[in-house]
Design a protein around this ligand. Structure first.
Ligand code: IMP
Ligand code: MG
Length: 179
């Protein structure tokens, strides 16, 4: 698996340190609020787990699964909800946890969907952000790292459902997905 990685961008130690900083910032910002953390399956699971266990205030956890049609390295813009939230979000302060924001199309769609359900507030925390590729005007409040363009895998993030179990984040060698 490791031979398919061109370059390691963030080690497990660096990721853990940055996620603790985000958790501390979030714990301060949401003090006294009715925080519901919504992890987006499957890419965010490792990040969400690390984040949640470092959040020091009371909160609830839920998950959604979405899928966008299209090839495995480009988002098409058409988003399907595969798993919805278990409970009502009315009056709650929602924090959406995403692995990586690329064009922003997926989250723009999801936010519109959640906003229609009367949450008190909705913000996003993304482990990685590819600002250069943004196609929509999306406000991501908390960002772990800004990443360069290139296909990223590891720490929950996949290529064709593989590489999620790498404990670090790296760039996949182009020859792996260009074949
Ligand atoms: P967006 O709608 O273009 O912002 O795409 C967001 C989703 O595409 C992310 O949640 C990822 O699942 C996937 N994605 C975007 N960039 C990458 C990448 O570099 N590697 C793996 N998945 C990615
Ligand atoms: Mg995703």
């Amino acid at each position: 698996m490791k031979q398919d990685i061109q370059e390691i961008l963030y080690s497990e130690e660096i990721l853990s340190k940055r996620i603790k900083e985000l958790a501390s910032e979030i714990s301060t910002d949401y003090r006294g609020k009715d925080l519901l953390i919504v992890g987006i399956l499957k890419g965010s699971v490792i990040f969400a787990a690390e984040l949640i266990k470092n959040i020091s205030i009371k909160c609830e956890i839920d998950f959604m699964a979405v899928s966008s049609y299209g090839s495995s390295t480009e988002t098409s813009g058409v988003v399907r909800i595969l798993k919805d939230l278990d409970n009502s979000i009315e009056g709650k302060d929602i924090l959406v946890v995403e692995d990586i924001v690329d064009t922003g199309v997926t989250l723009t769609y999801l936010l519109k969907y959640l906003k229609a359900r009367k949450a008190n507030s909705i913000e996003i925390v993304a482990l990685l952000n590819k600002q250069a590729r943004r196609k929509s005007d999306l406000d991501v409040k908390y960002i772990g790292f800004e990443v360069p363009d290139g296909f990223i895998v590891g720490y929950g993030i996949d290529y064709a459902e593989k590489y999620r179990n790498l404990p670090f984040i790296g760039i996949l060698k182009p020859e792996v997905y260009e074949k």
